[in-house]
Write a protein that binds this ligand. Structure first.
Ligand code: 4HQ
Length: 248
């Protein structure tokens, strides 16, 4: 997967692109990220990229010229068909695991990171295919959202996450929260590990994990349970969980 990032702060991306799982994906060539500084495309002599809003109001707007030219540059030198152009914006479609899975199928994306009060609408009208938000809160720029987006999508590329089961097993993959996990030691300051996990009985362990996953979801994110498609077995386990909750 290739991602071109248009930003005023390309340096912000370097740590994430050289660390941990995403760093390894870049090294392995599974992910290629090109960073473009929008300021490098400014034509005026002070390299100014923003200007006052027409109609008045506070804050500055990213002017069309540097972004148009950056996008002409990136899209013009592009061999692989038309990439999906994404703007990080609180007005966008809210990122979730389903959207991440869809966009993980893309071969090439261009991400625009706005700053200040946002980008001139004509950039959106001419180039943007999709606006993406990482949640209903306001940040100072699109860089952190772009990094969240890249992390979330890139880990779904085959080979990026060591064990493919770990992208299927986890929270949200099935619309349920994860079960509690434990590692050694068995007893830590008097807090012990549930004995079923040491039993060696894999059927019992699976049943326990599924039940605790349902319990977690019911307790912490009941909204997810409404949307989840539960099997008769899962409905039965959820009933047990609800009875146990009444009991206490
Ligand atoms: N932004 N999800 C960029 C966000 C945001 C979000 C605020 C984006 C400022 C200029 N982006 N503008 N939430 O808060 O994506």
């Amino acid at each position: 997967m290739k991602i071109d990032v248009l930003t005023l702060f390309p340096d912000m991306f370097i740590p994430m692109l050289s660390s941990s799982i995403i760093g390894r994906a870049v090294e392995k060539g599974l992910l290629k990220v090109n960073l473009y500084n929008i300021r490098d495309f400014a034509k005026n002599k002070h390299k100014q990229v923003d200007d006052y809003p027409y109609g008045g109001g506070h804050g500055m707007i990213l002017a069309p010229q540097p972004l148009f030219d950056a996008l002409y540059h990136v899209l013009g030198s592009c061999q692989d068909g038309k990439p999906k152009v994404i703007l990080m914006s609180p007005q966008g479609k809210v990122l979730n695991q389903e959207l991440a899975k869809q966009l993980a199928q893309e071969q090439h994306m261009v991400i625009i990171c706005g700053h200040y009060e946002g980008v001139d609408q004509r950039v959106i009208d001419k180039f943007v295919d999709l606006e993406v938000s990482i949640g209903d809160y306001v940040l100072t720029g699109g860089e952190l959202p772009a990094m969240v987006f890249i992390d979330c999508v890139a880990r779904l590329i085959p080979g990026v996450v060591g064990n493919p089961e770990s992208t299927q097993d986890e929270s949200f993959a099935r619309g349920l929260l994860e079960y509690p996990q434990y590692t050694r030691p068995y007893n830590y300051e008097g807090y012990t590990v549930p004995d079923v996990l040491l039993s060696g009985n894999h059927q019992e362990i699976s049943r326990w994990r599924l039940k605790e996953s349902l319990r977690n979801t019911l307790k912490k994110r009941p909204d997810l349970l409404e949307k989840a498609e539960l099997s008769p077995y899962e409905i039965e386990l959820l009933k047990e969980v609800k009875q146990e909750m009444e009991g206490s």
